[in-house]
Design a protein around this ligand. Sequence first.
Ligand code: HEC
Ligand code: HEC
Ligand code: HEC
Ligand code: HEC
Ligand code: HEC
Ligand code: HEC
Ligand code: HEC
Length: 380
Amino acid sequence: MFSGPVARYICICGVAVCALLLSRSALSQMKRGRAAALSDFRPREEVPGESFIGAVACASCHAQKSGSHLQTAMGHALQKPTESAVLQSHPRMTFQARQFSYEIVTDNQQSVYRVTDGKETFSEPILYAFGNAHVAQTYVFRHGGKLYEGRVSYYSAIDGLDWTIGDVLNPPPNLEQAAGRDIDGDEARNCFSCHGTAALINGKLRLDRMFLGVTCEACHGPGEKHAIAKLLETGEGSAIFNPKKLAPETLSQEFCGACHRGVDAVAMMPDLGGISNVRFQPYRLFNSRGHDPKEPHLACTACHDPHQDLKQNEAGNDSNCTVCHEARGPAQNGAAGKRCPVRSDKCVTCHMPKVELPGAHFKFTDHRIRIVRPREPYPY
Ligand code: HEC
Ligand code: HEC
Ligand code: HEC
Ligand code: HEC
Ligand code: HEC
Ligand code: HEC
Ligand code: HEC
């Protein structure tokens, strides 16, 4: 996506004149014509001069949101192998493809990712488990000083290993290629900044400083000043970002979309991401015919509370539909939508259909609201 690292020095006038190393993300903020200020925070972008303190500090005052957030998949989007329930409950997982035998073995100290072709063996300790295994969990290890993504991942639906999605090599040319894919550089920066918090400092991956998972400050920005101000009751402004103030379209496309991928990100992908774009909810929702993304009932937060575990409640979102498509009574006229001739509840079960993504062993919820006709191809 980017070429080499870009870093510039600029001068800031304030209490003292200081030189500040501007990261790539800060530069991209400037390109978008916005100041890199906390009041204008976007996930995955740095706010120079502000510090992260970690979710444990937030919990002392925000007990309820912190308690429920600990149950969410986002809170566990990135884990150490010792914290991964999948690895801890599966001491030995195996997978066989042609001459390659894969094995992930966990004892009470570490998890080891091992591949053999019968002659030689590749073996590295797992550093990170990506994903809470709602769908899958992928393993990242270091080899020859570089970060690699394991070629095989755990899938919940089959309770075992299979090729990492989008990563089938037929056949893998050699043992090292069969073991993993080199993600060192931009790709690793992207992975860790979507699954972790404060992974980048001045555009550099700082695994030593990162917090695991999508935690409070991934969405609210660096919170040190806020925590200190509240602790000392200085009476200063809140010094923390509240996404509540964002317009619905900005929230969905730019805020949640910074990781879940909005229209701008998908527009850059070859073939608009193909059927994989069913995973990019902001993009799908944006393209729902007749549905204005500026409408608050269609914002991500209308149906999802990011501090709560995903609710599996088929009728729970009906009010976000019936507000425009009256469930009963005479059909509405004017700007609002039409009435459904088929049913008056559980709207999302038919109009946000589950779509099987090949290789994922999972049916994703297509956020493109529509009438699903039999045999109609998937609309990209
Ligand atoms: C010492 C107690 C304390 C700590 C620690 C603390 N907060 Fe707060 N926070 C408060 C209080 C009190 C308020 C309500 C007053 C306000 O809106 O500013 C608040 C308000 C907020 C708001 C709403 C702000 C607004 O403008 O509407 C957010 C978001 C928030 N906190 C997030 C966090 C996060 C994230 C952390 C950890 C990095 C954190 N807080 C740490 C006490 C604390
Ligand atoms: C910093 C990146 C990031 C941001 C910002 C973000 N998400 Fe996520 N979200 C993730 C990742 C990564 C996962 C996958 C977690 C997992 O299953 O391991 C996820 C998963 C989810 C899930 C699925 C939970 C499950 O149980 O499978 C929902 C729902 C969700 N996010 C909603 C939101 C909403 C709403 C917003 C905006 C308010 C948002 N996210 C912002 C990264 C992000
Ligand atoms: C642009 C942000 C982004 C990047 C980059 C990214 N992810 Fe994700 N990832 C997400 C979001 C959002 C989800 C949840 C929705 C979904 O399943 O697609 C997710 C889901 C996952 C899941 C499934 C989680 C579950 O609970 O089932 C795995 C595994 C995963 N990512 C691994 C990776 C790995 C490994 C990399 C890097 C090689 C990576 N991701 C890069 C945002 C990102
Ligand atoms: C995935 C993004 C995300 C994460 C992670 C997250 N929040 Fe939030 N938070 C939001 C959004 C979006 C809102 C605004 C919700 C709304 O519109 O009602 C919000 C609102 C808040 C508010 C203000 C509520 C109000 O009524 O204005 C507080 C306080 C807060 N969050 C604290 C936390 C704490 C503490 C954590 C960590 C335990 C956390 N949040 C994690 C996205 C997130
Ligand atoms: C009208 C309600 C609605 C809106 C708006 C909505 N979602 Fe969803 N979302 C759902 C439903 C329903 C599910 C499926 C839950 C289940 O598994 O039962 C879901 C599931 C998800 C999942 C889990 C993966 C999957 O495919 O099951 C993620 C991630 C997600 N939504 C993110 C988002 C994001 C990001 C936005 C904003 C662009 C958003 N959603 C807006 C209703 C909504
Ligand atoms: C802000 C108002 C509004 C909300 C909220 C809304 N709709 Fe709509 N909907 C419309 C409008 C306007 C149209 C297009 C005009 C028409 O055909 O009536 C439409 C069209 C539709 C269509 C026909 C699409 C097609 O391809 O012809 C379906 C199905 C639909 N909506 C279902 C839903 C569902 C399900 C929800 C809740 C998840 C929802 N709508 C939420 C206003 C809304
Ligand atoms: C059992 C599946 C199912 C459920 C549940 C369902 N619908 Fe439908 N809906 C359909 C089908 C099928 C059509 C297309 C009917 C046709 O044109 O023959 C449709 C059509 C529509 C239309 C377009 C009507 C028109 O005149 O063009 C709207 C709007 C709509 N549904 C909204 C909703 C809303 C809102 C809900 C929840 C209150 C809902 N639907 C629940 C299956 C369903």
